[in-house]
Design a protein around this ligand. Structure first.
Ligand SMILES: Cc1ncc(COP(=O)(O)O)c(C=O)c1O
Length: 436
């Protein structure tokens, strides 16, 4: 066989890749995982759930029972839509968020990440537009990019996406003749912004989407992890035809099972199952049975309460530390989930500051990861889900040293330089000015 002579020294196949691979690049979050895994670094970067809080002996019991009692089924191919018993359990879980549906409406996926990929595969052609909050989940934007679509951000504030900004963005995209395929939203405890879409706005957004004929993808992995009061009911609780709802066991149980789900209107669901079968034939039956057994034999609501208490303590530890060490910064106040979105003082650049932070043994995710065009230098995402409260405090103490150091450097060398700021007020997260 002759190796093609085009390409690069590193990869002789480079010239042969499909155009869409241009969108496949390592995210900043991914690159950070390598650095942040060094034990001496306090990582406030990743979104890893604290799975050590799970009753591991219960999980072990479920694994053993499934293998003993249903081993040959567990190790076989299964339904592309997922096992009926798991889909039944999923209905119970969604009922907690006000969603009523039937077992046939649910498609089990390999994490909600796969559901996002399948939706993108079904809807996105090159040059299509996906509307998303500003900022948005880096992993979803990577998928949309890999299907050669463009993410167009819509401004949000402490109550989530701003309805009027959505109306204006739709109008400006359509005026340019662009095809809007769907609106991607994370209404609860947003990743990365930490904020929650208010109930009034949920209704307004649904109304706008109905009027404009735009499908909503409601991505809700964090909804049950609330702290002080439950999140408003899911948008899917009041709109069935215009929403694809995505759920996941990754944050409420464990990401290692790789089980998520989609709840979709009939036509989309049929296509989702076909696309899922073509991608993976069926989700892991073993994992589906283990999760079903665990849910049937464990007080899973109590276990979610344990997670909620744990993450609430960590959120409190982070807010206390920010108030103590960095009182002049602005940050969002999450009422659940894993993340706080921080706005740096004027002139500071979260991406440029990261090497210094890592040198000082603290890691965070620069805001640039969460915008399609790399803006967001004035922001960073802090995660409080994984480190202990003491580590969080130490991490913020180190971060404060880094911020002070950068401020000193800035005032010494370039008093007038300031990276482009986004936002018209400290709490408003506006879209990058150069997008549609
Ligand atoms: C908003 C959002 N959607 C989807 C995912 C993917 O989750 P899963 O593990 O279910 O694939 C994540 C993971 O962090 C997320 O934050």
């Amino acid at each position: 066989m002759t190796i093609p002579r085009e390409g690069t020294n590193l990869d002789p196949w480079y010239e042969l890749y499909a155009d869409r691979t241009a969108g496949l690049s390592a995210s900043e979050v991914r690159a950070l995982f390598a650095v942040a895994s060094r034990p001496e670094v306090v990582s406030l970067a990743g979104g890893m759930p604290f799975v050590s809080a799970l009753p591991l002996e219960r999980v072990t019991t479920s694994m053993e029972r499934v293998m003993r009692e249903q081993g040959s089924r567990a190790l076989q191919y299964g339904s592309g839509q997922g096992t009926p018993e798991l889909r039944e359990h999923i209905l119970e879980i969604m009922a907690l968020e006000g969603v009523r549906a039937g077992v046939d409406d649910v498609v089990v996926t390999t994490g909600s990440q796969q559901a996002l990929d399948l939706i993108a595969k079904l809807f996105l052609d090159s040059g299509d537009v996906v509307l998303a909050e500003s900022p948005s989940y880096v992993g979803a934007m990577g998928i949309f990019r890999s299907y050669q679509a463009e993410v167009s951000h819509v401004a949000m504030d402490d109550d989530g996406i701003i309805p009027q900004a959505l109306v204006e963005r739709i109008a400006s995209m359509r005026a340019q003749g662009r095809a809007i395929k769907f609106l991607y939203l994370i209404p609860n405890f947003h990743n990365p912004a930490g904020v929650t879409l208010s109930w009034e706005r949920r209704l307004e957004i649904i109304e706008i989407a109905r009027r404009e004929g735009i499908l909503i993808v409601e991505d809700n992995p964090y909804g049950l992890l609330w702290f002080d009061r439950p999140a408003p009911h899911a948008m899917r609780s009041v709109e069935t035809e215009g929403i694809v709802y995505l759920g996941s066991f990754s944050k409420t149980l464990a990401p290692g099972f790789r089980i998520g789900w989609a709840l979709a209107p009939h036509g989309i669901r049929e296509k989702l199952v076909l696309a899922a079968e073509s991608a993976i034939l069926s989700p892991s039956v073993a994992n589906e049975l283990i999760v079903s057994d665990y849910l049937a034999s464990t007080d899973w609501k109590g276990q979610i309460d344990t997670y909620r208490g744990l993450y609430r303590d960590r959120r409190d530890a982070m807010i206390d530390a920010l108030e103590h060490y960095l009182p002049d910064l602005h940050w969002t106040m999450p009422n659940g989930g894993f993340y706080i979105w921080v706005t740096l003082p004027d002139g500071l650049d979260s991406k440029g500051m990261l090497p210094r932070a890592v040198k000082e043994l603290v890691a965070y995710t620069p805001g640039t990861a969460f915008f399609a065009d790399g803006s967001g230098r004035a922001n960073l995402r802090l995660s409080y889900c994984y480190p202990s409260p003491a580590e969080i405090r130490e991490g913020i103490r180190r971060l404060a040293g880094v911020v002070r150091g950068e401020q000193e450097l800035l005032s010494t060398f370039s008093p007038s330089t300031s990276p482009e700021r986004v936002g018209t007020a400290p709490h408003v997260i506006s879209p990058p000015p150069n997008i549609g």
